[in-house]
Design a protein around this ligand. Structure first.
Ligand SMILES: Nc1ncnc2c1ncn2[C@@H]1O[C@H](COP(=O)(O)OP(=O)(O)OP(=O)(O)O)[C@@H](O)[C@H]1O
Ligand SMILES: [Mg+2]
Length: 487
């Protein structure tokens, strides 16, 4: 059985096709796995709800929102109760638990004979090559879960939408996915009569989600406490209580116009009241930022949009629908399975991975090379600039070629620095891209000085890089590796 995994900033969810229809792989009563890790010496590592519970008692031992920390260069490890954890290990622990939850779900669905062959994992619209590789490594090495491929979250949601019983064909939708950590949008067309069943016109992402709404609401609750007691101070435990109170208030304000509660800090109870209008006012800039992204994408694509489809837990906030109704009064808005759509789409895609006509996404970045060894007369020329090999916006899979020259008969390998960028130019300066790692070409020992090595770089349907090198004179192919730089 192939499964789909929505590895979320706040919640993770496995799903699979059962009798042809997507279903979540959960035990009865469960509704997703909080992507939370906790450790202390007495209890060891905990994940999900037990981690949340213990984290309330010892907030210094809990790691939340790890997905958003993958690309944070200032956060390589976490120290919990005296033990240091590499962030890849933590992501791996979460994947192991997702796999466990899926296995329990399979058992619950009475599909005991099934085992998990691998997973398609959904990722935000503009996660980088290094983030994708990081997640794959964490799942495969730490959790022994084979990653069959990746799919962009709003694209997965679109596939789930089009596959739902009410889903129509020959339509173009704009998916708006406001989750816990990112806001992703994609414009996707479904046309089963064409060679491109699901075609991604374009997608975009902001690193902004429900947790940013939580922070602002938490600040408001703190201000309301301060109004009652100017000397109140908030330690880690109190901060955690404020955050929990904010999340609860936010959820209630999706149903209620006004919410009253209290928070206990330092042995004192502080009552507070928040109206939905107040909440919407303090978070309006966040929402606006996401709406500007929608506008940009819509303008850039200039395609007729049949529906706007909202997914992601944060799309439950009435402010989302209100903003769309105001900005696009002519387009129908549909809220579709906010919590499940992405996992469903990943599960559906897992079953169609090898069908070429199924999904056509586009490359999210350009990839270029810079020769970093001493290449004689080429050296200065190449040192300064990056030569693009693959271009952002190209249909996936996409390939490009680059040629390097042997400098001496005994040169055993060639190194190329790889850059990721948004650049559409053939040549650009290093500061306009991000150095992401090195390619090493080795195994062409019998080639001679001046021989040309042809490097073919491919970005596959998942957004992952594949490399091939060939000596043009001898025709011999070589081993190629990309060593990605850690964040
Ligand atoms: N009824 C609700 N009202 C407001 N917010 C909600 C509601 N239900 C869930 N949320 C918020 O939705 C977010 C989680 O949504 P979701 O599960 O789609 O995100 P995620 O997949 O974990 O994150 P991401 O996709 O950004 O990595 C949380 O911030 C949560 O507080
Ligand atoms: Mg999500």
């Amino acid at each position: 059985m192939r499964i789909g995994i929505d590895f979320g900033t706040s919640f993770s969810l496995p799903a699979a096709l059962i009798n042809g229809s997507p279903a979540t792989l959960l035990h009865s009563g469960q509704y997703g796995l909080p992507s939370v890790f906790y450790y202390d010496k007495g209890q060891g590592g905990l994940i999900g709800i037990p981690a949340e519970d213990q984290g309330d008692r010892h907030p210094e031992n809990v790691v939340r929102n790890i997905k958003m920390e993958i690309s944070n260069p200032d956060k390589k490890t976490f120290k919990l109760d005296g033990k240091t954890f590499d962030k890849k290990k933590i992501v791996g622990h979460i994947f192991r638990e997702i796999k466990q939850v899926a296995l329990e779900g399979i058992e619950y669905q009475q599909l005991v004979s099934q085992k998990i062959d691998g997973a398609v994992v959904s990722v935000p619209a503009a996660f980088t090559l290094r983030e994708l590789n990081f997640i794959r490594d964490a799942a495969q090495k730490e959790a022994k879960l084979k990653v069959l491929g990746f799919i962009r979250e709003p694209v997965a949601a679109a596939i789930a939408y089009f596959n739902a019983p009410a889903g129509e064909d020959e339509k173009t939708i704009l998916v708006y996915d406001l989750g816990g950590g990112t806001c992703d949008v994609a414009i996707v067309r479904s046309d089963k009569n064409s060679a491109e069943w699901y075609k991604v016109i374009d997608s975009e992402m902001l690193r902004l989600g429900g947790r940013d709404w939580d922070k602002l609401l938490g600040e408001l609750i703190k201000r309301k406490c301060r109004e009652q007691d100017a000397d109140i101070s908030f330690n880690a435990r109190a901060e955690n209580k404020i955050l929990k109170a904010a999340i609860k208030a936010k959820h209630q304000l999706s149903r209620l116009e006004r919410y009253e509660s209290y928070v206990e800090v330092g042995g004192e109870d502080y009552d507070f009241e928040i109206t939905r209008a107040e909440f919407e006012k303090i978070t309006s800039e966040l929402l606006q930022e996401t709406m500007q992204m929608v506008d940009r994408l819509k303008q850039k694509c200039s395609t007729r949009i049949d529906y706007i489809v909202c997914v992601g837990g944060s799309s439950n906030m009435p402010q989302v629908r209100k903003a769309f109704e105001k900005n696009y009064p002519d387009i129908e808005i549909r809220i579709f399975e906010p919590e499940k759509a992405i996992a469903f789409g990943a599960a559906i895609y897992a079953e169609h991975l090898t069908e070429e006509s199924f999904l056509h996404d586009i490359c999210k970045f350009s990839y270029g090379a810079r020769y970093i060894q001493d290449f004689g007369r080429y050296r200065d020329y190449n040192r300064l600039r990056i030569f693009n090999i693959i271009y952002k916006g190209d249909a996936l899979p996409t390939s490009g070629e680059s040629i390097s020259y042997k400098l001496s008969d005994d040169q055993t390998s060639t190194y190329i620095a790889v850059y990721e960028s948004e650049c559409a130019d053939e040549v650009y300066l290093p500061e306009d891209g991000t150095y992401i790692g090195e390619i090493e070409i080795y195994g062409l020992d019998d080639s001679r000085k001046g021989d040309e090595t042809l490097l073919t770089m491919t970005i596959d349907r998942s957004g992952l890089m594949q490399l091939k090198a060939i000596d043009k004179r001898t025709g011999k192919s070589a081993n190629v590796d990309i060593q990605l730089k850690d964040y």
